[in-house]
Design a protein around this ligand. Structure first.
Ligand code: LLP
Length: 422
């Protein structure tokens, strides 16, 4: 079975711990809202995933967009991880965290020329190119620098990943990748360009997938395509199968890393390549929680609302995707339960962390943990309503460290200027 958030976030004597640290101690030190991550869980997730692919030459490139805190990245660097980046900003972060640029793959539909130049200067492993125009631009940038850019094309295998439409990326109507037939043509052109070196084939079909079959179908299609390209003389050394492995938020039953790896390795069987994997959520999702404090209870004719100090700017997944995030009281007690919407202070009806959820009846001041918040939590946070972004804390056994200070109000306006004309 896939791991759950309860692996490292459990109640002991009715109070929630992250590893051996009472969550309350973290809150006493840094306040709320705060993200709390478990180092042991990050390591377990990486090792479990990496070992699942032991039967194949492979490189795990953690997908930085899921959680880009420097300390989290360093934890993965220490495990030997590579990184999947989608911007110059993410490249900057991974290099700062000590990543080996030879283990960095650059994905995304809209790389700018500046970003291409930065990545070429840094010596990354490969660019996952998503259009012919991007290919031309990369060839020009590499040419102007007198270097050769290693490329894969992201192909769109037209597989339905059966997940939320906003995070389905491998279907015909998606903006991502190139369909297989035009991709064959793109490869022919790339091979002819003097500042590109074709090294691989890439695909990523979506996120939070809970069954292996779409992955297996995509891998099969990639394998057939690689065989075609090889017959045409392309030297395909890498097959990047993206990320997308789902996690348990509620009652989902995603495959574990072993079954997932088996499906992919079976899909590409017989190809002599290095597999590249870009897991994000499955590395960090259940390694983190968001802790928030109850401000008020508000009972209306229609509903009960529990107003907390964490909001959609801190964790947008419930608002944006209607995503389910588990809730636990940090301190359990005999309080009975109530059904309520748990909402933040932001001026939007969409500002909720949970709707119609049965929770332990809280009183103002109670702490509540939003579970499974380690992926696409802080990285999607904003300053909407001029709310400083939350602090982030990393726990290791009995110890914890603040790995990102809570933002300050001065910090929020630091780049703004009132011009003389005013
Ligand atoms: N590689 C590429 C090219 C991607 O676009 C993504 C995610 C990944 C890897 C990592 O996928 P993962 O293993 O995390 O599923 N904000 C959404 C998820 C967006 C995923 C975007 N791409 C959410 O909170 O559910």
């Amino acid at each position: 079975m896939a791991p759950t958030v309860e692996d490292r976030f459990t109640h002991r004597n009715d109070t929630l711990y992250c590893e051996d640290v009472p969550v309350r101690d973290v809150v006493d030190a840094v306040g709320t809202p705060v993200y709390v991550y478990s180092l042991a869980r990050l390591r377990d997730a990486f090792r479990g995933f990496d070992q699942a692919f032991a039967g194949s030459r492979h490189l795990v490139c953690f997908s930085v967009k899921a959680n880009s805190n420097l300390a989290v990245l360093r934890a993965f660097v220490n495990e030997g991880s590579g990184f999947d980046i989608v911007s110059g900003g993410e490249l900057f972060r991974v290099l700062k965290a000590g990543a080996d640029p030879r283990k960095v793959v650059f994905s995304g539909v809209g790389k700018t020329r500046d970003e291409m130049e930065y990545a070429l200067r840094s010596g990354i492993l490969m660019f996952n190119v998503e259009s012919e125009q991007e290919m031309e631009a990369l060839n020009q940038v590499a040419g102007s620098m007198g270097v050769t850019a290693p490329v894969s094309f992201r192909i769109n295998p037209d597989v339905d990943p059966q997940t939320h439409p906003y995070i389905s990326t491998g279907m015909k109507k998606s903006k991502f990748g190139i369909a297989i037939d035009p991709a064959a043509e793109a490869y022919r052109r790339a091979i002819a360009l003097s500042n590109l070196e074709v090294v691989g084939v890439d695909c990523h079909i979506g996120s939070q997938l809970t069954s292996t079959s779409p992955f297996a179908d995509a891998a099969e299609r990639v394998r057939a395509f690689v065989e075609v390209l090889r017959r045409e003389g392309a030297d395909i050394r890498y097959v990047d199968l993206g990320g997308g492995l789902g996690i348990r938020y509620d009652d989902e039953e995603p495959p574990d890393a072993g079954d997932y790896a088996k499906a992919l390795m079976q899909g590409v069987r017989g190809l002599d390549v290095t597999l590249v994997l870009e897991p994000g959520r499955s590395m960090v999702g259940n390694a983190g929680i968001l802790v928030t404090r109850v401000l008020y209870l508000k009972r209306t004719e229609a509903k009960n609302f529990v107003v907390v100090d964490g909001a959609m700017n801190d964790l947008i997944r419930p608002s944006l995707y209607g995503a389910f995030q588990g809730l636990r009281p940090v301190d359990r007690r005999e309080a009975g339960s109530m059904t309520a919407d748990v909402v933040g202070p932001i001026c939007e009806s969409g500002d909720f962390l949970a709707q119609d959820r049965s929770i332990q009846t809280p009183v103002p001041g109670d702490l509540m943990a939003v579970m499974s918040a380690g992926a696409y939590g802080f990285t999607m946070a904003s300053n909407y309503n001029t709310r400083p972004r939350a602090a982030e804390v990393l726990v290791d056994g009995k110890e914890f460290a603040v790995v990102r200070e809570r933002e300050t109000l001065e910090g929020l306006v630091a780049g703004e200027k009132i011009p003389a004309m005013l």
